[in-house]
Design a protein around this ligand. Structure first.
Ligand SMILES: *[C@@H]1O[C@H](CO)[C@@H](O)[C@H](O)[C@H]1NC(C)=O
Ligand SMILES: *[C@@H]1O[C@H](CO)[C@@H](O)[C@H](O)[C@H]1NC(C)=O
Ligand SMILES: *[C@@H]1O[C@H](CO)[C@@H](O)[C@H](O)[C@H]1NC(C)=O
Length: 874
């Protein structure tokens, strides 16, 4: 739907003095201690000249002393403006190495999008080296204005919404800009703050009281309930500003280890602190004003989500611990007997080595894949980034060495004295295989070429359909410890030990070293050392800076590789670690969760978060990865998981099987709910074409229909108790939409051949609309002119379908059923394309108020259906 943006009357303010009266009296901007806030004391506070102790609290000194001063007049850049800043008092510092002179620069992009950078103009600092989609020129009539304090005044800035004066960002307290500690605070319009990740959020909305802090840095960290950083890095948040639903979002485009803190100032103002330990401040503001607009505006910049391949919307079944091809066959038989549709992932490698399969237990893997393919089942295989050091007997690593693709130490003096022969200055670690490993540098163009070649050779051996890239934070076991937990028995203890330097032991390592599996209390915990070097061929980067890009760069290399393995098909890449932009290439699952009710609830929050991050194709491991679910939990989780965009049941080694085939009752429940999923796959697919949103969460008013019973159940806004016995998952659709569906079959390939139906769910005015998007399900985006699109409109007893393009893509497929929900009474007559149909051509269920019309018309043709009924006395 096209939104008309309200007329804008103000232009961007070049500069305007902000009176100090507009600044809140600051009492509660706390000084952060590297050891955590528990150590706060007057003596501890006195160690930092940027902090002072009053009223029993250690807080930042005031802005005029601890921050920066505007130094000169603002200069027009043609694209916005910039102004110089200088440190107010060089003696006030947290950890030293303050940058004395800074530039504050405003860059206008689209009328809804403005960028604000604060950087060192003399010594260029690290900036995220991956491109964003930015317009060549600034768009006229911006929705925003940015103002900054005047020459000689303490530095402070605001971002406002022009239409109503809402203050979206109001810097509070001093800006701190040191080599390895950057800190900025902002007052917020409201406490309706969402986003940031990848984190263990237990509520979708952020918590301000008590003060809550989360770290952000890609990390191999399973799901839990304490505030932790997990696999991906998404410094992106959204605020709903007012009762009118005006919303904005902000990306801090920075990949260094960071943390964010939410709290209330003493006067009650909801406030946000952003801290990062490298790079620059690079903020992108999006003005919406609707949450849905934000989704489009943000993904337009970082990358529009990949249109999923049709089959990937099917149900996926996986486990670590099938142990053999026969383990897979047994699970498959259980599923077949239950009539449950499936695709399949497997553990199969030879001694955990990438691009191999175990010759003993998985020796007939090619046969298994053929069997699955004959049944139209797709096969996803897993790859970890780390490769074993065995250049003589393991060709992928040898070819990688020839192309020089592995991450190195940033200084030859860091190479340990016991370095393996032949490994040069590569950083050596240890993960799943039983020998030490090295890590490809996916920033490097040579690595992408080598990886593509390995993917091709691998496909020659095993005809996989999709690649799952795991452990790509990148994960390393036992870093800095005596030895990894899985170190082979009997071998002398060894682990990757990071050197003592400013990168591996930064002055403020963020709270991540105190949460989760933090045995070594270093930011290299569970990963490789920060003092590694990577390169994109032109520049070198410290792993310290580019660590969180590892997953995205591996994702891009895998995506591009698969376009060569499968020419003209859309690649399916499932990635654990993500960064802004990953949605363009990858599907994501929420990592290692456990069979636990709280974590089942958290999976819904995780899905909402990733929708905001531009990765709508997301889901959690159904029935839990760790621990064993009981029948009730697995049944409920299968019901919920049937509505995850990415729907996969997966569990870990050593646990009992938990595929739905294990319990007859869960099997039956799963068959029903997955059948519902498969029925509405055309709708899910069409949604992806537009980029899915979580609109229902924000606006629950309207008419609501139960999709299982096809009947009106609620008129919102309202709260209603819904009965949900174990075999039923309540699924509702809001009035106003038309959902295409397809008679389901046992898998997505079979389903795609069946006839279509439409479910019409009218709103209060008896109006509904929808679309159908259809193509061959896997062609690359650029071949999509071959795709079918039709628009559907229902307006008071009349349904029209207008085909926009792509008639050939639906050749041979008919539309056979139209279900109109909430229809007031039986029809007297019905015409299809102007001709009356016999009364046997429809059925009315008076109890459900469901009118079902049976026709048989090609999906390729325009359609008009008119219903006549006696509406007297209604
Ligand atoms: C590693 O990268 C840093 C930062 O770019 C650079 O200063 C250093 O010279 C690099 N080291 C090597 C061995 O290339
Ligand atoms: C991580 O830190 C917390 C807080 O200090 C501690 O309770 C926990 O045991 C630590 N975990 C590990 C694995 O060291
Ligand atoms: C697979 O092997 C592991 C390790 O030997 C064992 O713990 C597990 O029970 C096996 N899984 C199955 C399903 O037999």
């Amino acid at each position: 739907m096209v939104r008309v943006v309200a007329q804008v009357i103000l232009a961007v303010a070049l500069t305007g003095s902000l009176s100090l009266g507009q600044q809140t009296k600051l009492q509660a901007i706390e000084c952060p201690f590297p050891e955590g806030q528990d150590v706060a004391s007057e003596a501890k506070c006195a160690e930092y000249t940027a902090c002072e102790w009053t009223d029993g609290r250690c807080h930042m000194v005031s802005n005029d002393v601890g921050g920066y001063v505007v130094d000169g007049e603002a200069q027009d850049t043609g694209r916005g403006f910039k102004v110089n800043l200088k440190k107010a008092d060089a003696s006030k510092t947290m950890f030293g190495a303050d940058v004395a002179d800074l530039v504050f620069e405003v860059i206008q992009h689209e009328n809804y999008h403005v960028q604000i950078k604060i950087y060192d103009p003399v010594n260029a600092r690290y900036e995220v080296p991956l491109p964003l989609n930015l317009p060549a020129e600034a768009e006229a009539d911006p929705l925003y204005s940015v103002s900054v304090s005047g020459n000689g005044e303490p530095f402070h800035f605001n971002v406002n919404r022009n239409t109503n004066g809402n203050t979206l960002f109001r810097s509070e307290g001093p800006l701190t800009f040191e080599d390895q500690f950057i800190q900025l605070h902002t007052g917020l319009m409201s406490s309706y703050l969402y986003g940031f990740g990848e984190n263990t959020h237990t509520s979708f909305r952020q918590v301000f009281e008590p003060r809550t802090t989360f770290p952000i840095f890609a990390r191999d960290q399973p799901v839990g309930t304490e505030p932790m950083n997990e696999y991906g890095h998404h410094p992106y948040y959204m605020v709903m500003e007012d009762d009118f639903g005006n919303s904005h979002s902000v990306l801090l485009h920075n990949s260094n280890a960071m943390e964010y803190s939410t709290f209330l100032l003493d006067d009650g103002t909801p406030t946000l602190t952003l801290r990062t330990i490298g790079g620059i401040i690079d903020l992108h503001f999006f003005l919406g004003p609707d949450p849905e607009d934000l989704n489009l505006q943000y993904t337009n910049m970082v990358g529009t989500p990949a249109m999923p391949t049709y089959w990937s919307l099917g149900f996926h079944l996986s486990r670590w611990g099938y142990n053999s091809t026969d383990g897979v066959r047994a699970a498959r038989e259980r599923m077949k007997v239950m009539g449950i549709p499936q695709t399949c992932d497997i553990d199969y490698m030879d001694r955990q080595r990438d691009f191999t399969y175990d010759p003993v237990n998985w020796g007939d893997m090619p046969d298994l894949i053929n069997e699955l393919h004959n049944d139209n089942i797709k096969v996803t295989l897993i790859l970890d980034p780390a490769l074993v050091i065995d250049f003589d007997y393991y060709a992928p690593a040898a070819r990688g060495k020839d192309s020089d693709v592995f991450i190195k130490w940033s200084d030859p003096s860091f190479v340990p004295s016991d370095q393996e022969a032949g490994t040069d200055d590569y950083m050596v670690g240890y993960v799943w295989p039983d020998t030490k490993t090295i890590f490809p540098d996916f920033l490097k163009p040579e690595t992408a070429t080598w990886w593509t070649n390995e993917l091709k050779l691998f496909h020659d051996a095993l005809q996989y359909d999709a690649i799952w890239i795991d452990m790509n934070e990148p994960a390393n076991f036992g870093t800095n410890l005596d030895k990894p937990w899985n170190w082979p028995e009997g071998k002398d203890p060894w682990s990757l030990k990071c050197p003592e330097n400013k990168w591996d032991s930064p002055p403020y390592p963020t709270m991540m070293i105190r949460v989760g599996d933090n045995q070594s209390k270093k930011i290299s915990d569970h990963t490789i050392c920060m003092s590694g070097n990577q390169t994109d061929g032109t520049k070198t980067y410290l792993h310290y800076d580019v660590h969180s890009l590892y997953g995205l760069t591996e994702t891009i290399a895998t995506f591009n590789g698969l376009t060569e393995v499968f020419p003209n098909k859309r690649p399916v890449v499932l990635s654990r670690s993500t960064f802004p932009g990953s949605g363009k290439y990858a599907v994501h699952w929420l990592g290692d969760n456990a069979a636990d009710w709280t974590q089942m609830h958290m999976s819904i929050i995780g899905m909402f978060d990733f929708n905001m991050f531009g990765l709508p194709m997301v889901g959690a491991d159904v029935c839990g990865f760790f621990n064993e679910p009981d029948l009730e939990m697995c049944a409920r989780w299968m019901q919920l998981g049937a509505f995850y965009p990415f729907s996969r049941n997966h569990n870990t080694m050593g646990t009992a099987d938990q595929d739905p085939g294990v319990w007859p009752e869960v099997g039956e429940i799963s068959r029903e709910v997955l059948t519902l999923r498969y029925k509405y796959l055309p709708f899910l697919y069409t949604l992806f074409h537009h980029g899915a949103t979580s609109r229902d969460v924000y606006f629950p008013q309207g008419l609501w229909y139960d999709l299982v019973y096809a009947k009106l159940v609620a008129t919102g806004p309202t709260t209603q108790t819904v009965s949900a016995p174990l075999e039923i998952i309540p699924v509702f659709v809001r009035g106003g939409s038309i959902l295409p569906y397809q008679v389901p079959a046992l898998n997505t390939v079979e389903s795609r051949k069946n006839p279509f139906g439409l479910t019409v769910a009218p709103d209060e005015l008896m109006i509904a609309q929808g679309q159908i998007f259809w193509d061959d399900g896997e062609a690359l985006q650029h071949a999509m002119s071959q795709s079918y699109m039709s628009r559907l409109a229902y307006y008071q007893d009349e349904l029209t379908m207008s085909v926009k393009h792509g008639q050939d893509a639906v050749a041979g497929i008919n539309l056979e059923t139209i279900d109109i929900l909430g229809f007031p009474k039986d029809a007297q007559s019905i015409s299809v394309n102007g001709a009356e149909i016999p009364s046997s051509g429809w059925r009315y269920d008076a109890d459900a108020r469901l009118l079902s019309i049976y026709i048989s018309v090609p999906l390729a043709d325009d359609l008009n259906v008119k219903i006549y009924y006696d509406n007297d006395g209604l």
